[in-house]
Design a protein around this ligand. Structure first.
Ligand code: SF4
Length: 189
């Protein structure tokens, strides 16, 4: 992948925060929770999606469990759409709760939730903890924004920006979940 506008360091993050906070400006890449999840699942998937290459998701049985909404907690579920960037399904006390069907892929939803916490903190000065919940597995994980996890979110923002601004998709690399991916025909046929 080549990108003459690749970033490193804190300049991108500082500018990104300024742009997100200013209603008259837009960041170079408006990063959503879904983009964070894509980035940590497969950067090619993120690149395809960023180019509007989409597939009718209603016709495909998505099995990875990272995008399937859980029906548990329905009575407590509200959806908070914030700035078109993040969509919080549920508040559990003071914690933001992200509900997933399966913990097969833990890192993408964990990073998505960390991005929510980072966005609330850095853009809106709202401090929250997070809970990742897998009700069908009776499993919960506490997620917190610390200096270390915030740096991982900021690395993700840099990585997403570089991936989305690249002229071509990242190199093809076989993933264990390619067979369940909506883009498998584009990648492997
Ligand atoms: S088929 Fe595999 S390589 Fe292609 S976008 Fe999907 S997960 Fe990525």
């Amino acid at each position: 992948m080549t990108n003459e506008h690749s970033y490193s360091g804190y300049e991108l993050i500082e500018q990104h925060i300024r742009d997100e906070r200013d209603p008259h400006r837009t960041p170079r890449v408006g990063i959503t929770g879904l983009m964070v999840q894509y980035y940590h699942t497969c950067e090619r998937e993120l690149w395809f999606s960023s180019r509007g290459i989409d597939i009718d998701r209603d016709t495909v049985n998505i099995q990875r469990g990272t995008r399937v909404d859980e029906t548990s907690y329905d009575d407590r579920r509200h959806s908070y759409q914030i700035d078109g960037r993040i969509a919080i399904d549920l508040l559990d006390g003071d914690d933001v709760m992200e509900v997933k069907v399966s913990s097969t892929l833990e890192e993408p939803p964990r990073m998505q939730l960390l991005y929510y916490l980072w966005y609330l903190d850095r853009i809106h000065d709202i401090q929250r903890g997070g809970v990742l919940a897998y009700p069908t597995e009776r499993k919960r994980e506490q997620v917190e924004l610390t200096q270390e996890t915030a740096e991982r979110v900021e690395d993700t923002i840099r990585g997403i920006t570089n991936t989305v601004e690249a002229d071509a998709p990242p190199e093809l690399e076989k993933k264990p979940y390619c067979d369940a991916c909506l883009y498998q025909d584009l990648c492997w046929m």
